[in-house]
Write a protein that binds this ligand. Structure first.
Ligand SMILES: *[C@@H]1O[C@H](CO)[C@@H](O)[C@H](O)[C@H]1NC(C)=O
Ligand SMILES: *[C@@H]1O[C@H](CO)[C@@H](O)[C@H](O)[C@H]1NC(C)=O
Ligand SMILES: *[C@@H]1O[C@H](CO)[C@@H](O)[C@H](O)[C@H]1NC(C)=O
Length: 198
C-alpha cells in the first residue's frame, strides 16, 4: 500500500491559462535510479492532465493500470492529485488532498495569486506521513464527512479527455515531460505497455 506522488496546482486564476504546478511530493525509493526522473515527470503530467479536465468542486478517481489517481479541484483555485496504488484507501487519499490544500493556504492564503513561486517543501513530509493510512487518520479531521457517492469514477485516463483529444498528442506537446520521458512513452506504447507508470 503506497502513495507515489502528491501534486498541487493552481487550476485557474487571473494570470493563468492552464494549471500551474505549485509543488510535487514524490516517493521514489522503489524506483531505480534511471527511472526516477521519468516516473516523477509522468506523475506530474498525468496530474496536470487531470487538473485541467476536472470542474470546480468536482472529485474524480481515475484508474491507470495498477494505480489510481485521485483529483479534486477546489473552489479556491487549488487542485491536488494523489497517485497511489489500488489498495490505498480512497477516503484517506481525499483527506490528504484536503490537508495539503489547507496547509498551503495557511501559508499563502493572503498572497495566493500574487506570487510567481510558492516554495512548499512541506508537501514531501505530508506525503511521507500519509504513507501509513492509520497515522493519517490522526492528522486529518474531515475525512469522515466525505460523501463517496459524489466521486466520479473513471477506468482510464482516456475517459477523462475531451472528445477529439488524444493522449499521444498531449504527451508530445507537454512541457512537463522531457524528451527522454516522451521517448520512454513511445517505446512503451509500441510494445503495448502503454501509459503504465512503471
Ligand atoms: C481564482 O480564479 C478566479 C477565476 O479565474 C479569479 O477570479 C480569482 O481571482 C482567483 N483567485 C485567486 C486567489 O487567484
Ligand atoms: C464540466 O463542466 C462542463 C461545462 O459545464 C460540462 O460540459 C462537463 O460535462 C463537466 N465535466 C464533468 C466531468 O462533469
Ligand atoms: C526535444 O525534442 C525536440 C523535438 O524533437 C527538439 O526540438 C528539442 O531541441 C529537444 N530538446 C532537448 C532538450 O533535447
Amino acid at each position: 500500500m503506497k502513495i507515489i506522488s502528491l501534486c498541487l496546482f493552481q487550476w485557474r486564476g487571473n494570470n493563468i491559462t492552464e494549471p500551474k504546478l505549485l509543488a510535487t511530493g514524490f516517493e521514489s525509493s522503489t524506483f531505480g535510479f534511471f527511472k526516477k526522473k521519468t516516473v516523477k515527470e509522468w506523475c506530474e503530467f498525468v496530474s496536470f492532465t487531470l487538473a485541467k479536465r476536472t470542474n470546480e468542486s468536482q472529485r474524480q478517481s481515475v484508474k491507470e493500470k495498477d494505480y489510481i489517481c485521485h483529483v479534486y479541484n477546489r473552489f479556491d483555485n487549488l487542485s491536488a492529485i494523489v497517485i497511489c496504488d489500488d489498495e490505498y484507501p480512497r477516503r484517506v487519499a481525499f483527506s490528504l488532498i484536503n490537508k495539503v490544500m489547507d496547509d498551503f493556504m495557511d501559508i499563502y492564503g493572503n498572497k495566493f495569486g500574487d506570487l510567481e513561486d510558492y516554495p512548499f517543501e512541506q508537501i514531501v513530509q505530508l506525503l511521507n506521513k500519509f504513507q501509513d493510512p492509520n497515522q493519517a487518520d490522526k492528522l486529518s479531521k474531515i475525512q469522515r464527512t466525505l460523501d463517496e457517492t459524489t466521486i466520479i469514477l473513471q477506468d482510464t485516463i482516456e475517459k477523462v479527455l475531451k472528445r477529439g483529444e488524444n493522449l499521444e498528442i498531449l504527451v508530445d506537446r507537454s512541457e512537463l515531460l522531457s524528451n527522454q520521458s516522451k521517448q520512454f512513452y513511445r517505446v512503451a506504447k509500441k510494445h503495448n505497455r502503454c501509459c503504465t507508470i512503471c
